[in-house]
Design a protein around this ligand. Structure first.
Ligand code: ATP
Ligand code: MG
Length: 399
């Protein structure tokens, strides 16, 4: 048994020894049944947040309003301990008007989104407690809303997008009535904040089947409301299929940038659209750079040697390679590879060869022309017309 599970068992026994109930709940039970090692264990209990906090030395109130206490356990482990709850009415389609704690674990699982996420496990025996039919749906590989799907989606519109994320990630189907309710209500996803939509889309892009994810967004009717600029869902889906393989050399942050760049590839206003989707500034800058670099490479004959070499020498070239490969930009990719090969065969000297300090040392007066001059020097280095500092100084001395 791994450390993470051992710690979860210890937290649960501490709760039980104090006279409370304690079960594992949600994603960890689903993953455990599927034979996937859970990445975290969430614990549910009838103890109130106050009672939970009293029991453990180190705790953090994470979602005080939602009755969640984070218990920090030795060996840097953290466990979320949530009090059984019953949600009140959802009048805004986003969050409950009131949350009340409950003594009933059955009430707690009934307010969860999908049956596969509504299973409990008794840590002592590994016995599964199923009050929502989640085991059958797991076996049949289906995502089904707990209760009436239309009502559940009216409570929290985000659940429609979560259904797609879980289906894509697990390789499941969305059950018919659940799917029909998504199709009927897809436009209402607009009630949800861009941040929450972004998080679910990121989850879909990071899954093993990002292309299937895009197609499922299209078939559920969610696509025009979450990625409104995508005109050709088939083409974008195909790009994301390829992205599944092309992204492998990249770390997760770089993969996300490539995915977003692919998502907005059809867009006329990339920056505005990415901003509306609440990407970070770095993500927006990265995605815009990919798009601009791809255009430069695609304009094969008109792109100067210096521009192509500058792109090939960029530290983020792996990101661009994955983007071009995913987007099927074969010619641009070939140009890039040629330039990268040339750099490997014959590396460039360190750049920038000159800085503003060098120009000042030559007695030049700082001003906007510095930028142009330094770029001209860099172009000359990239085209190998200038190979050392002396040559560079001679070049600016002549101007
Ligand atoms: P993941 O592995 O992606 O974290 P998870 O099942 O743990 O999957 P979370 O988003 O972490 O998903 O949520 C934990 C649990 O809380 C879910 O399994 C589900 O039971 C419940 N839950 C989360 N979000 C909602 C929601 N919007 N509506 C109802 N229940 C939800
Ligand atoms: Mg989780």
């Amino acid at each position: 048994m791994n450390d993470l599970r051992t710690g979860a068992d210890e937290v649960a026994s501490a709760l039980r020894e104090a006279g409370y109930e304690a079960y594992f709940a949600g994603g960890c039970v689903r993953d455990w049944i599927l034979g996937v090692t859970p990445k975290d264990y969430d614990i549910v209990t009838n103890a109130t947040p106050k009672q939970v906090s009293k029991l453990f030395r180190r705790t953090v109130q994470v979602g005080a309003a939602f009755g969640v206490v984070k218990v920090l356990w030795p060996k840097d482990r953290e466990y979320e301990v949530a009090t059984y709850r019953e949600d009140g009415d959802y009048s805004d389609g986003r969050r409950p008007d009131a949350v009340s704690y409950s003594q009933s674990k059955v009430e707690d699982v009934k307010r969860r989104d999908f049956t596969i996420n509504g299973l409990l496990m008794d840590p002592r025996s590994d016995a599964i407690l199923d009050y929502v039919g989640g085991r059958d749906d797991l076996a049949a590989r289906r995502v089904r809303a707990v209760g009436d799907p239309a009502l559940r989606f009216a409570e929290d519109r985000l659940r429609m997008l979560r259904a797609v994320r879980f289906a894509v990630r697990l390789g499941f189907e969305i059950e018919d009535a659940t799917l029909a309710a998504i199709r009927a209500n897809a436009e209402h996803i607009a009630a949800v904040s861009a941040e929450r939509i972004n998080a679910e889309l990121t989850g879909i892009f990071r899954s093993d089947r990002p292309g299937a994810g895009v197609r499922m967004l299209a078939s559920t009717g969610l696509l025009p409301h979450v990625l409104p600029f995508v005109r050709d869902a088939e083409a974008t889906g195909a790009a994301f299929d390829q992205f599944g393989a092309a992204r492998l050399p990249l770390d997760e942050a770089a993969q996300d940038v490539v995915a977003w760049a692919l998502a907005v590839r059809d867009s006329a206003a990339i920056e505005d659209d990415l901003r509306a989707l609440k990407l970070s500034r770095g993500q927006i800058r990265g995605a815009m750079a990919l798009s601009a670099q791809a255009s430069t490479l695609a304009a094969a004959s008109s792109a100067s040697v210096a521009e192509v070499m500058r792109i090939a020498a960029d530290e983020d070239v792996a990101r661009l390679r994955a983007y071009l490969d995913s987007a099927g930009e074969t010619e641009a990719l070939e140009r890039l590879e040629e330039a990268v090969d040339a750099l490997i065969a014959s590396p460039l000297p360190p750049r920038p060869m000159l800085t503003g300090q060098d120009l000042k040392a030559l007695g030049m007066k700082p001003g906007p022309h510095f930028k142009d001059l330094l770029k001209a020097v860099d172009d000359a280095v990239l085209e190998r017309r200038v190979t050392d500092r002396e040559g560079a100084l001679a070049m600016v001395g002549r101007t």
